[in-house]
Design a protein around this ligand. Sequence first.
Ligand SMILES: [Zn+2]
Length: 266
Amino acid sequence: MFRYNGNAFNRRFLPRLTTKEIEAMPKEDVLIVLPVGAIEQHGPHMPVYTDTLLGEALIAEAFKHLPEDAPIWLIPSISYGKSTEHAEFPGTFTLSAQTLMMVLQDIAASVARSGFKKLLLFNTHGGNADLLGMMLREIRLSTGLDVYRLDPGAVRYSDSFTDEEEKASGIHAGDVETSLVMAVCPDWVHPELALRELPKFPQSDSFSFRSRSFAWVMKDISNSGIAGDATKANPERGEAMLKKAGPLLAEALLEIATFDMGSMKE
Ligand SMILES: [Zn+2]
């Protein structure tokens, strides 16, 4: 199990340090990584902890590939996200938008008060995305931090492992997430209960799922709580996806850590 082991949790987990050690460390170039997950239904076959678990697994994999002296430090995940779209399913423990906004503000203010300058929100739950996008600017204005966001899907680590069908409709508890959890915590998955259920989203440019044209809750688009094909999942592909994600995410973290917000002006 990766938690509290390995490079991320053993060497780069900030709260392992004492207040004196944190006070003494040079902070000008440090990037603080705050994973944001969710606890929500993931179909009949997967744990409700899936998004938070996968965030930590992907971070642990990425930190394996960082140079020893990279100024990148991890803080504990916000395990609970905004999962209102799954609220009708037992086991979904959601924060309201307002609460998550305040939690993000309070943690960011503490990061800034401790003397750090850069904060990254590492998000593994699609339902958090709109709120985090808005909060980046709010936090920047209220704290002065340089604030960044990385959703691991942005490095496209799963693209070469999935078919067109899954790319178009596999947004939740389908092949990708199921394969990953099978690789990370095999005992937490019940493959015999996996299902295939693919929502038929409208496809035009102006009215589509991707352009966020309509407010949906899970029960609008799926009976089982799955949007994707979980029956295709297997642990070998999950392991291969994690291995591919590691160096790509490490590269993205380094790019963010060394980015100069002042460099964009003419
Ligand atoms: Zn998920």
